[in-house]
Design a protein around this ligand. Sequence first.
Ligand SMILES: NC(=O)c1ccc[n+]([C@@H]2O[C@H](COP(=O)([O-])OP(=O)(O)OC[C@H]3O[C@@H](n4cnc5c(N)ncnc54)[C@H](OP(=O)(O)O)[C@@H]3O)[C@@H](O)[C@H]2O)c1
Length: 342
Amino acid sequence: MKAIRIDEFVRDLATLSPKDVPSPKPKGPRDIGVQITHAALTHVDMLYAQGLHQNNGRHVKPPFILGNEFAGIVTSAPPSSSLRPGTRVFGATLGSFAEHIYADENGLREVPKQWTNAEACAVGASGAISWGSLVSVANLKRGETALILGASGGLGVMAVQIAKALGAKVIAVVGDEEKARMIKSTGADGVVDYHEKDWENKVKAMTEDGQGVHVVYDAIGAVESGLRCLRYRGRLVIVGFAAREGKMENIQANRILLKSAMVHGYRFGEDGRQDPTRTEEVWNGFMDLVVKESIKPIIYKKNYVGLESVSQALIDLGKHTVWGRAIVRINEEAERELKARL
Ligand SMILES: NC(=O)c1ccc[n+]([C@@H]2O[C@H](COP(=O)([O-])OP(=O)(O)OC[C@H]3O[C@@H](n4cnc5c(N)ncnc54)[C@H](OP(=O)(O)O)[C@@H]3O)[C@@H](O)[C@H]2O)c1
């Protein structure tokens, strides 16, 4: 099959191209075979290709197939599985920039009837990660105000919608006008551009009493700014470091004390390995919102077709032009044929 295989970490994303590689094999008895129709581009893929992610030290070393999120059609499943061949699924497993993948049943979900595979792929694990951050960790409640940093990204567009569905007021921080319009259309009450000087004061001024937000969801690595926006006894959850280019932030610990703030990390993948029960609750909580149709997948406007386009999509991601999720259409024909047969 064709796949984007990393034989050694690359410096230039433009050098990535599909190669002929051996077809994948199941790694365990619960593994399900999937023909991939779509794959999503994430910040993590950009880092993995270059060996810049914390996981590249231990878990993810060359050779490996790039890509973490996908949607597709089940081709084979053990008899014990509820997922039968022909079922449309989406999931998050390393190796998604390929024509086929095997994934543990736990890592797969059936595509909700109202979504296309592309839409399910755009949501991927981002909805569950954001639900876990805002609900399980930060305990965001109706009537509170949430600040979403990195709101235009794949995780952020989910966080905004989840916070709104929970009944919170949402202030979104984004990088340009087009992203501001997009995030308003998903329900954000207020939008601030992070290029503005003292944008943190603007956020505070948007809160009802000017005291700051109850919860900060930080997908970019801006804890110090987040603390400035937080009210007394606020909660801040660290989700990612999209703005840090590998250089971590040093923060003055007294700023946490002065606000009696709670600062908490949430590492979705590791949390699932350490505490699968909580991750199951997180998925169920998020999928309840999907069933209520409170979540709209956000697909970036540019059409990326075929594995050949992975490289350009990653370059666009690195240039900050993308909002929501960029989706690579690997085999959309397979989804069309399946729907025509049903
Ligand atoms: N905790 C977990 O379990 C978990 C799981 C998956 C991913 N993550 C991490 O979460 C982060 C977000 O992932 P994603 O997939 O949503 O990434 P993404 O789709 O690439 O979005 C990144 C977001 O960060 C913003 N951003 C980038 N540079 C910025 C800067 N200098 N100042 C302010 N905002 C900036 C981008 O806005 P502009 O384009 O406007 O700059 C965009 O909204 C990544 O660090 C990823 O590694 C964490």
